[in-house]
Design a protein around this ligand. Structure first.
Ligand code: UDP
Length: 323
């Protein structure tokens, strides 16, 4: 089996590549290195079953060739991180819409199964906790940049399901909730790498808002294991699955836990959302996946909890060469 991973040099994509190679499968990565990094896949280059192409996922010619070579396509290439989304809305929308369309078109020509990586952002501001796959979605207004990301990923989901319904292209959709672990960069605003780096550097740990907002963090290794199973099974086609972990913590609680686990003397400071992102920024108070469907369908059970995740991230950040 050979898998094409778009966005394979990114945080989740590189862990997926590693997991597939460990199972003896072949991997071809297509990544333009816009937010991914070559260092994420540097250790895979010596594996004869690994290859990569540095190019844009919207390059249809490259995609056609890459798709030809592979049996299945994991489509992970997308704009990531709330900070990037707010700062570069045009790029976000274009990458997400055009990239997915290009992948689905290429896959449909050769009838290759596609896994689309979507996001819990599509649930928007919904207050019905936990979020389950058939819930209504509550997206904010179009003058707030954050929601363009949710909408573009939601259009990707619609398009994927349309390709399944109308053209019988096997497509499965995974809504990834806050996925974390080693190699995630803090550059795009993600909270765990930010907090761990701040704590290790003795800098203030920046809690945005009042810190009462809660998140549930999934270990990237649990998440990629789920993606592989969703791809392998036939009874997942044409459907949407939540993937993540459902144990919540407040963001200020997370800051305290990071401080404790790193033994840091950093102070915890509170930064208003307007300063952290943009004026009128809307955050969601809670975001928890209902994991019933994925547990029942593929027997998914997260192996790692938050303390394991933090241990792995702290060890990774301690060992990471500082520029
Ligand atoms: N956050 C924070 N400090 C940071 C980065 C993020 O308090 O340095 C908050 C952010 O406002 C959100 C939560 O942590 O409420 C998770 O943010 P992240 O960007 O990791 O993921 P999101 O859930 O927003 O997609």
């Amino acid at each position: 089996m050979k898998a094409l991973i778009t966005g394979g040099s990114g945080f989740v994509g590189s862990h997926l590549a590693e997991a597939l190679l460990a199972r003896g499968e072949s991997v071809l990565v297509l990544d333009d290195l816009s937010t991914g990094s070559i260092t994420n896949i540097a250790h895979l280059k010596k594996d004869p079953k690994f290859a990569y192409i540095i190019d844009d996922v919207t390059n249809r010619r490259v995609l056609a060739e890459a798709g030809d070579e592979c049996d299945v396509i994991y489509h992970l290439a997308a704009a990531v991180g709330v900070r990037l989304v707010v700062e570069s809305p045009v790029r976000t929308i274009e990458t997400n819409l055009d990239g997915t369309q290009a992948v689905l078109e290429a896959a449909a020509k050769k009838r290759k199964k596609v896994l689309l990586a979507s996001t819990s952002e599509v649930y928007g501001k919904s207050a019905k906790i936990p979020f389950s796959e058939t819930d209504d979605l509550l997206i904010g207004p179009s003058n707030k940049g954050r929601w363009s990301y949710a909408c573009s990923k939601l259009m990707d989901e619609f398009l994927g399901i349309a390709f399944w319904k109308e053209r019988k292209l096997p497509v499965v959709i995974a809504r990834l909730f806050n996925t974390v672990g080693p190699r995630q960069t803090g550059r795009y605003g993600m909270v765990i790498p930010n907090f761990v780096r701040q704590a290790l550097a003795g800098q203030p740990i920046t809690v945005y808002g009042n810190g009462k907002q809660q998140r549930a963090f999934g270990h990237v290794q649990d998440v990629v294991g789920a993606l592989i199973q969703l791809m392998e099974r036939e009874d997942t086609v044409g459907e949407v699955f939540n993937v993540g972990n459902d144990v919540e913590i407040t963001i200020e609680g997370l800051a305290r836990l990071v401080k404790e686990m790193t033994g840091s003397a950093s102070e915890i400071v509170y930064v208003p959302y307007d300063e952290a992102y943009e004026e009128g920024f809307e955050d969601m108070l809670r975001r928890v996946p209902d994991l019933t469907k994925i547990k029942q369908r593929i027997g998914y059970q997260p192996r790692y909890q938050l303390r394991d995740i933090l241990q792995h991230v702290i060890a990774y950040e301690r060992a990471r060469p500082k520029l």
